[in-house]
Design a protein around this ligand. Structure first.
Ligand code: PMP
Length: 285
């Protein structure tokens, strides 16, 4: 069965799901998006994702032409049309079709695209044995330039860091902010554990407010762990007892080496594994 894409109010076949070459989403990366999981037939934390989408759009002065409720219905329709009980939803709002100039206000109307498909996570082997990463030389966008809290279609900052990771033979890279503190990975948030205490950088140090991050923080607190949001340095990462990343696609994945420094006993740690399992239960419960 051909994949059905929701495009500006209609479900169309994948081959017919096309946008204009004058869309500023393509011309300038002007737009916003979300990645959402479907677990056991339910759209995971839809409310939180839609709120973040609307806040990202607001920060860019982009008015989404339908209501949050209508977007929810459109998501349900797309998931149903593609018969998915587990999968991934990509929600995109572009600035729309305009002229060749930068001015976003020449664009007639934002376009909305909803893709619901299967998802490929990291290989299982990396979840079992942990993942190696590097620290990137690419500084995360300055908050006064392009706030990392906006989930925009302009991911070049992250892509440059991702290229460094791939060149180094790994799949992820830690990005630091303009002050030298840990911001986030190219597509995931960062957590470390030291002496049984869980640390993650505050979003103000230059990260997206990850929905998985927030869920994992809540789960960790419920399990009785102390969770502290504070600035972290590269040294803190090198000397952590445990280290993991969180994200919609990645879920919870243990990091066992960064820049050649082995974390813990080179296997995903006990607390990391516990949080990974509890997150799985929460998502599928
Ligand atoms: N940071 C960045 C840059 C991201 O793109 C993502 C989403 N892939 C995350 C963090 C994690 O956020 P979430 O848990 O909401 O997917």
């Amino acid at each position: 069965m051909a994949l059905k894409i929701w495009l500006d109010g209609k479900l169309v076949d994948k081959k017919d799901a096309t946008v204009s070459v004058f869309d500023h989403g393509l011309l300038y990366g002007d737009g916003v998006f979300e990645g959402i999981r479907i677990y056991s037939g339910k759209v995971f934390m839809q409310k939180e994702h839609l709120l973040r989408l609307w806040e990202s759009a607001k920060a860019l002065r982009l008015e989404i032409p339908i209501s949050i409720e209508e977007m929810g219905e459109a998501i349900d329709e797309t998931v149903k049309a593609n018969n998915l009980t587990n999968g991934y939803i990509r929600l995109i709002v572009t600035r729309g079709t305009g002229t060749l100039g930068l001015n976003p206000f020449t664009c007639a109307k934002p376009s909305i695209i909803i893709i619901a498909d299967n998802i490929k996570l990291y290989p299982q082997e990396l979840y079992d044995n942990g993942m190696k990463i590097i620290s990137s030389s690419i500084v995360r966008n300055h908050p006064l330039s392009l706030p990392p809290q906006i989930k925009s279609l302009n991911y070049l900052n992250n892509i440059l860091a991702k290229i460094e990771a791939i060149d180094a033979g790994v799949l992820e890279a830690v990005m630091f902010n303009h002050e030298g503190f840990v911001a986030e990975a190219t597509g995931d948030n960062i957590f470390i554990i030291k002496n049984e205490i869980i640390y993650t950088p505050p979003v103000q140090s230059g990260s997206l407010q990850g929905i998985t991050r927030d869920a994992v923080m809540k789960i960790a607190k419920k399990e009785g762990f102390k969770v502290i949001e504070q600035n972290l340095t590269r040294f803190d990462l090198y000397t952590a007892d445990e280290f993991f990343l969180t994200g919609t696609a990645a879920e919870v994945i243990g990091i066992t080496e960064i820049d050649g420094r082995v974390i813990g006993n080179a296997k995903p740690g006990r607390i990391t594994k516990l949080l990974k399992d509890k997150f799985f239960e929460f998502a599928n419960g």
